[in-house]
Design a protein around this ligand. Structure first.
Ligand code: SME
Length: 154
């Protein structure tokens, strides 16, 4: 029997409900937690924000283990590369990626989705997974929709 696809629709409704009710960082914290708790292959979920320093991603709200990567310049790691590419960057096997900042040896794969305002990257949604090659088109579409929605909070 084929495994059932994960149904992102109820989670998306939840995210839509949260956004108008909270300040930015509270909303991002709640969204990080509900994504991590509900999607089996999301083991670390967090936001990086470009705020005080130009072209530097600063760690914002997240759910999962603490990370040493609290400041990431554009270009460094998977997060920094996504900021320069200005598009979603999926790495299905982090051992194959040379420009990678490791948070934990348990992490096998990562997806990073930029958040935009007026064409500029103002933040990112970053997900680490302990599974190899877990990210599908459905993840990309769901997370890009979440990134569009949360952009209204900035
Ligand atoms: N692995 C990321 C660093 C951030 S952590 O995943 C939370 C990277 O290579 O940019």
């Amino acid at each position: 029997m084929l495994p059932t696809e994960f149904d992102f629709a109820p989670l998306l409704e939840y995210v839509k409900d949260i956004i108008p009710q909270y300040e930015r960082d509270d909303a991002l914290q709640i969204i990080s937690e509900i994504l991590r708790e509900n999607v089996p292959h999301y083991d670390w979920v967090g936001f990086y924000i470009v705020e005080d320093k130009p072209d530097v991603l600063e760690l914002g709200p997240y759910a999962g283990d603490p990370t040493e990567h609290t400041q990431i310049p554009f270009g460094r790691g998977i997060c920094g590369q996504a900021a320069i590419r200005k598009e979603t960057f999926i790495v299905q096997d982090v051992t194959q990626e040379k420009n990678y900042l490791s948070c934990s040896t348990a992490v096998m794969s990562e997806i990073v989705v930029p958040i935009f305002s007026a064409g500029k990257v103002i933040g990112e949604l970053d997900i680490d997974s302990h599974s190899r090659a877990p990210f599908k088109e459905e993840d990309k579409q769901f997370l890009e929709t979440v990134a569009l929605l949360v952009a209204t909070l900035f």
